[in-house]
Design a protein around this ligand. Structure first.
Ligand code: WTA
Length: 635
C-alpha cells in the first residue's frame, strides 16, 4: 500500500516532473497499483476546464468502503481502525477494529436499505463527533447514498437550507451532543429544521446523551433497535467512478450555500495518496486530526484518507479547553499519537495559555505535526514547532479547500525543508500558478497573485449540487480554463508558496469559512435593520473576527443600541450558528457605495482594521462624506 510513497527530495522533483509531463500516466499507475476495482477505467481523465467538465477514471467501477475496510480484513482485521476519545476524559475511550468496523458499517448499510434509502438518495447526517458519525457516513457510501454531513454547530435554519437544497430523504442525528461542559440539543434543532423540509421521510436517532427527546410517530426511529435486528452481511454497491460520493456545503458569495459535489474514484485516489505522503504515514502509526467530520478536513483526513491506507484514526468528541487546556496534549500522550493535524486558531488559543499545560507531557510519540484552514502566523508556527513538535517534527502547513478534496500545497515531511508561514511546494499532480490583475500568468517570483490550478487533479469537486453554472462561474470564469481558488498567494525565490488569504467575500474566522452574504442576509432580516455590510479584521486567536456596519430603519423610535447589537447577534446565531457572530457592530447612517450601488468593502475593511492611511481611489463613490462619519464612529 505504500507504493506511492515519496522518499527523498530528488524523488519528489522527479515525481513532480513526471506528473506534469504526463498526468495520465502518473495517476494511472497510482490508481491501478493501490486500490481494489470492480472494473478499471477506459480513460484516466477527460476534461474541459473552460466548461468545468471533469471526469477521472472514466467508466471504472469501485466502492470506496471496500477500499477503506474490506480489503484490509485479510491482513489486519484485528487492527484498530478508529480510536474514539470521548468529551469527558473520565469516560472510557473505545477502539474499533477493522473487523468490527466492517460489521458495524454493514449493519448500518442494511438499516439504510431497510428504511428505503437507495443508491443516489441524499442523506443528511447531523451528529456529534462519535463513532456513529463515521459509521453512518461510511454506510451511505457503501450503498451509494450521497452523504451530506452538516456540522453539528449549525442552526436549525442552516440545517433546513442544506437539507432542502439537496432534497435529503433522511436525517441521521442524536438525542444530543457533548462539547466541553455544554450539552447540545441536536434532536430539537433537527425537529425545528424539519418543519420546513418536505423531502425528509425518516429520521434515525442515535442515543448519546440519554436526553428525553420527542419522537415523531412514523418519522423518527431510534437507531439502536434497528441495528440490533440488521444483518451484518452487506454487499457493497458497485459505483461508477463519477457517481457522487458526497455533498459538502461551503460558504459562497451569495446567501445560498454551495453544495460541493465530490465523486467516488478520483476523491478516493487523491485522499489516499495525499494522506500517505503529507503525513509520512507508516504502518502502525496513530493519526489524529482534530477537525470535525462536518468539514472537509474531517471527511478527507479523519475518515477516508486514513482508512484507505489502513491506518488508525482518532475521533475526538470534545474541545481543546475541556476540562482544561491540556486536553489535546493529554490525548496525544494517552493514545501515543504519531501525526497530529490541527488548525492555527487552536494553536493560537493554546499558545496563550500557560506553557505548563503542554510541558506536562513529553509528546515523544509525535513525528509530524500539521496545520490547516487558514494562514498560520509566524509566532504560532514557532510555538507549535518548539513546544508541540519539540523541534523534531516537521510542521506541514497544508493548503487546500472543500473544493479541492485533498491537500494541494504542502511540505512533504522529512523531505521538503519547511519555512514558517509557507505551505511550500505543490504536491505532484498540482499545477499551481499565480495570475495577475490582467489575467496573465505571473512568471516571476516574489510577487503576489491569485492562486489558480491549471490542470485538473483527481480530487477536485465536479460541480455544485443542482447548479453547474454557478460552479463554472465561481471557479472557472475569472481565469478562463483555470481553477481559481479565491486565495491570494506569494511565491518566493525558490518557488515556495505562502498563502496570503482570501481575495473574495469569504472571511475565515477560527478556521471556518464564512461568506459575508449569508451573514448580511441574516442581519437584514432583523425588523429594525435596513442594510448591513460585514468585513473581517485581524484577531489574535481567531485569525479574523467579524465587524458589522449596520444601517437602521427610520422607525422614529429610539432603540437601545447595545440591546439591538445583542439581538442582531442572536439573529445570526439562529440563522447560521454561533460561529458567525459579530465581534463588533457599528451603527451607521450609510455605507460607502459606488455609483452602481456596490458597497466599497475595501474602505470598510481598512476602517475595521484601523488603517486610515490609504483608502485608494474613492472617486467612484456616490457618498464620499460617509467615510468620515464611519471613521469617527469606529469601535
Ligand atoms: C484557507 C479547508 C492558508 C484558504 C481545508 C482556503 C489556508 C480556505 C490553508 C478553504 C493554509 C486552508 N494556509 N490558508 N494552510 N488551508 N486555508 O474549504 O483561504 O474549509 O481557500 O477547507 O481555507 O477552507 P475550507
Amino acid at each position: 500500500m505504500s507504493r506511492y510513497k515519496i522518499s527523498n527530495l530528488e524523488e519528489y522533483f522527479k515525481e513532480y516532473k513526471k506528473s506534469i509531463k504526463d498526468p495520465k500516466k502518473f495517476w494511472d499507475k497510482i490508481a491501478s497499483e493501490n486500490f481494489t476495482w470492480y472494473q478499471e477505467w477506459d480513460k484516466v481523465v477527460d476534461f474541459n476546464m473552460a466548461e468545468a467538465e471533469i471526469k477521472w477514471f472514466v467508466d471504472a467501477k469501485v466502492n470506496i468502503t471496500k477500499n477503506c475496510i474490506d480489503r484490509h480484513l485479510a491482513k489486519k482485521g484485528d487492527k484498530v481502525a478508529i480510536v474514539f476519545e470521548p468529551n469527558n476524559p473520565d469516560e472510557a475511550s473505545q477502539s474499533i477494529t477493522y473487523n468490527e468496523l466492517h460489521q458495524r458499517v454493514s449493519k448500518m448499510a442494511n438499516v439504510l436499505l431497510s428504511q428505503g434509502i437507495k443508491k443516489g438518495d441524499r442523506v443528511c447526517i447531523y451528529l456529534p463527533m462519535i463513532p456513529e458519525l463515521a459509521i453512518t457516513t461510511l454506510a451511505c457510501a457503501r450503498i451509494g447514498a450521497i452523504h451530506s454531513v452538516v456540522f453539528a454547530g449549525f442552526s436549525a435554519s442552516a440545517v433546513a437550507a442544506r437539507i432542502n437544497d439537496s432534497e435529503c430523504k433522511m436525517v441521521i442525528t442524536s438525542d444530543g451532543g457533548y462539547r466541553g461542559n455544554k450539552t447540545i440539543d441536536l434532536k430539537g434543532i433537527v425537529d425545528e429544521a424539519l418543519v420546513n423540509c418536505p423531502s425528509v421521510e425518516n429520521v434515525l436517532v442515535v442515543q448519546r446523551t440519554q436526553t428525553d427527546v420527542k419522537m415523531k410517530e412514523g418519522r423518527d426511529h431510534w437507531l439502536a433497535p434497528l441495528l440490533e435486528k440488521a444483518s451484518d452481511n452487506n454487499t457493497a454497491e458497485i459505483m461508477d467512478a463519477e457517481d457522487p460520493l458526497f455533498i459538502l456545503y461551503t460558504s459562497g458569495s451569495t446567501g445560498k450555500p454551495k453544495g460541493m459535489v465530490h465523486t467516488t474514484a478520483g476523491y478516493m485516489v487523491y485522499t489516499a495518496y495525499t494522506f500517505q505522503n503529507v503525513f509520512n504515514y507508516e504502518e502502525n502509526d496513530i493519526f489524529w486530526c482534530t477537525a470535525d467530520i462536518g468539514w472537509i478536513t474531517g471527511h478527507s483526513y479523519i475518515l477516508y484518507g486514513p482508512l484507505l491506507n489502513g491506518a488508525t484514526t482518532v475521533i475526538f468528541e470534545g474541545v481543546p479547553s475541556y476540562p482544561d487546556f491540556s486536553r489535546f496534549w493529554q490525548i496525544i500522550e494517552k493514545h501515543k499519537v504519531n501525526q497530529f493535524y490541527t488548525a492555527p486558531t487552536a494553536i493560537r488559543a493554546l499558545a496563550k495559555e500557560s506553557l505548563d499545560y503542554v510541558q506536562k507531557y513529553p509528546l515523544s510519540s509525535l513525528k509530524v505535526i500539521g496545520s490547516v484552514g487558514e494562514p498560520i502566523n509566524e509566532e504560532a508556527w514557532h510555538w507549535y514547532n518548539d513546544h508541540v513538535g519539540g523541534k523534531r517534527c516537521p510542521v506541514v502547513d497544508t493548503w487546500w479547500q472543500t473544493e479541492t478534496g485533498g491537500i494541494l500545497i504542502s511540505p512533504i515531511p522529512f523531505i521538503t525543508p519547511t519555512k514558517p508561514t509557507y505551505a511550500t511546494l505543490p504536491l505532484p499532480g498540482i499545477q499551481a500558478v499565480l495570475m495577475d490583475e490582467k489575467r496573465n500568468e505571473i512568471e516571476d517570483n516574489q510577487v503576489v497573485g491569485s492562486l489558480c490550478i491549471k490542470f485538473p487533479w483527481p480530487g477536485i469537486a465536479r460541480t455544485i449540487w443542482g447548479d453547474h453554472q454557478r460552479y463554472k462561474d465561481t471557479y472557472f470564469s475569472t481565469f478562463p480554463g483555470k481553477y481559481f481558488s479565491g486565495d491570494g498567494a506569494l511565491r518566493d525565490e525558490v518557488g515556495y508558496y505562502r498563502i496570503t488569504g482570501r481575495v473574495d467575500d469569504v472571511i475565515i474566522v477560527s478556521g471556518h469559512n464564512l461568506g459575508t452574504a449569508p451573514i448580511e442576509d441574516a442581519i437584514n432580516e432583523h425588523p429594525a435593520v435596513a442594510e448591513s455590510a460585514i468585513v473581517g479584521f485581524p484577531h489574535d486567536i481567531k485569525g479574523n473576527a467579524l465587524y458589522g456596519f449596520v444601517i437602521l430603519k427610520e422607525t422614529g423610535e429610539k432603540r437601545d443600541k447595545e440591546n439591538l447589537a445583542k439581538e442582531i447577534n442572536q439573529h445570526i446565531s439562529d440563522h447560521i450558528g454561533p460561529i458567525a457572530k459579530l465581534d463588533k457592530i457599528q451603527f451607521v447612517s450609510g455605507l460607502p457605495k459606488t455609483r452602481s450601488g456596490k458597497i466599497m468593502r475595501r474602505i470598510l475593511r481598512k476602517i475595521a482594521e484601523g488603517d486610515y492611511s490609504n483608502f485608494g481611489d474613492t472617486s467612484t463613490l456616490l457618498n464620499p462624506e460617509i467615510v468620515e462619519e464611519i471613521k469617527e464612529g469606529k469601535l
